[in-house]
Design a protein around this ligand. Structure first.
Ligand code: ZN
Ligand code: ZN
Length: 152
């Protein structure tokens, strides 16, 4: 479960952007809060949302996700799968973390390790300086084989 103060911050951002927190939108949010920083496609979010609002439909879930993505609360992760996945963005965190996608089982692993993030930050600064380019977003995806698949 995502810490309460981060939940409150995210709800504040949503309302600040003029979106009402309806029961359905709350259910979608709760699915993301409950699953922590999991990377979910629309159907998975729908399945978890039902626990919070049993009359919610998949199209409402989809529309809520799109609305949240527009204001930067959710981020779409393009992994090359048919269905896009979404995850919560963490408020106050400058840029994103990289993802690893296993080509065998499809699992997505987020690299949140602070040492890695620091090195990526340094690399980003180097790019900005060398190319005189201001980076405002990024999407880093590594493809390969995860440990479980490599061991089996
Ligand atoms: Zn795997
Ligand atoms: Zn992630």
């Amino acid at each position: 479960m995502i810490p309460k103060e981060i939940q409150e911050k995210i709800k504040f951002i949503i309302q600040e952007n003029g979106l009402k927190l309806t029961n359905q939108r709350n259910a979608v949010l709760n699915a993301f809060f409950e699953k922590n920083y999991k990377h979910m496609n629309v159907e998975e979010v729908y399945n978890f949302s039902k626990a919070y609002c049993n009359e919610i439909g998949i199209s409402t879930v989809y529309r809520s996700i799109i609305a949240f993505e527009k204001i930067g609360v959710l981020k779409k992760i393009e992994t090359g799968e048919i269905y896009a996945r979404y995850e919560l963005t963490i408020p106050d965190k400058k840029l994103d973390h990289p993802h690893m996608v296993c080509k065998k089982c499809g699992r997505i692993i987020g690299a949140y390790d602070s040492e890695i993030l620091e090195k990526l930050n340094a690399g980003r600064e180097l790019i900005e300086n060398k190319y005189d380019f201001k980076i405002d977003s990024e999407s880093i995806v590594y493809y390969g084989i995860c440990k479980e698949c490599a061991d089996s």
